[in-house]
Design a protein around this ligand. Structure first.
Ligand code: FES
Length: 105
């Protein structure tokens, strides 16, 4: 499953993600800058904040209420903000593009 991370400066990095892992884990494993994931994916740090481009929003789905609450702690939150540890890699997400914020926390 190919996932492309685009940083705030527009640099794109495409990596191969394992099905069943999360977008946050994929980023960490591949040394993608701009994603920290300090809590290890427990939805309690908001340092795995990403933006989902409009064309991918329906495939990715909606955040859970717990994720919505945690997103309040991220900086520069936008309507398309998500916590990447709450997005599981699925075959339907092949080709997914996510944008990483200028900074976490
Ligand atoms: Fe901590 Fe996602 S890794 S909220």
């Amino acid at each position: 499953v190919e996932i492309t991370f685009v940083d705030h400066a527009g640099t794109a990095r495409s990596v191969n993600a394992e099905e069943g892992s999360t977008i946050m884990e994929t980023a960490l494993k591949n040394d993608i800058p701009g994603i920290d994931g300090e809590c290890g994916g427990a939805c309690s740090c908001a340092t795995c904040h990403v933006y989902i481009p409009e064309e991918w929003q329906s495939a990715v789905g909606e955040p859970s209420p717990m994720e919505e609450d945690m997103l309040d702690f991220a900086s520069d939150v936008r309507p398309n903000s998500r916590l990447s540890c709450q997005i599981k890699v699925r075959p339907e997400l092949d080709g997914l593009v996510v944008n990483t914020p200028v900074r976490q926390g």
